[in-house]
Design a protein. Sequence first.
Length: 353
Amino acid sequence: MRKALLIGCLVLAVWGGVAVASPQITVDQPEYDFGSIGLGYMVKHTFVLQNTGDEVLNIVYVRASCGCTTTDLPASSLAPGESVPLEVLVLADHGTSKNVFIYVHTNAPDSAGNANDDRMDFDIKLVVKGAITPGQEYNMAPFEVANDMMILVDLRDAAAYQANHLMGAINIPANELADRMGSLQKGARIIVYDLAGEAADAAVQTLLNSGYMSSFYLQGGLSRWVAVQGDRFLIYETPLPAAGGSITGGSSGRPYDLGTLRTEFYVLIDLRDAAAYAAGHLSGAMNIPAAQLSQWFDRLPQEKRIIVYDDDGTSATAAYQALDNAGFDRPMILLGGLNEWIYQYGNQYVLSN
């Protein structure tokens, strides 16, 4: 009887030892208060997650309480004792405060020893919070510019492009599109045009086949634009092309109406010098150094949004004031300049010459 009791105790001891062995997640500091930040800016913070258990910890997924937050986790499996940084980005996109919760789900058992097996089970709740201060009405946040981003692509050869093109259009000749489309963002609205519709429909089909699902062609091309709009939003060194252009539909079925483009048109201006512009600028931005801006007042559309930026806003405020004093209806400043854009989006929509 004593021997049987001893064996039973031994079995229980072994079983209890196995049950204790498990992964366990901890965090250096579960709450981060960023204090105060201006509307439209982004907060970044890195939490450090660690497996303090004695079995492999698998981070199944991480979710946030609002769509204004993204998380980046370089590794999802941690051996005992290992740590991993969790970078959290929170955008101050509206309101007067932020109180964002980030839930980390792992294979660690809960306090009752049960596996976490549904969305309501989480192991750690992290918090990012702080106040949002209102910005100036003439500031345009990077996310607002990104939402409206429109990429115009002139499909003609370099000489024709140099002679006349729509403001902000980039030049990718039709025969080079397949090799150079990698410089375009797949999520962007892309509008291609040629002279009169000869190659634009086929170019859209090429883009669609490669995953650029928001691609369109300008109906009738540049010559049709001239017939309807004259020299609106055009930069030209030589006389404009003859008015005309076909408005018949193409096989892609993705025409873009001239009137719609006129309504949505905006001008993005990079105020830095030519070298800085060539090193990296936002897609569709014209390079007009701050000192030369007044020379363009009679060519820029007064009723449209004119969005100016530099590296950090140093010269943008003065440029905005000059445009406002000159009678432009909707001058705007890209909040935080190119530096803030890169902070939030990296090189997305950034081109170099």
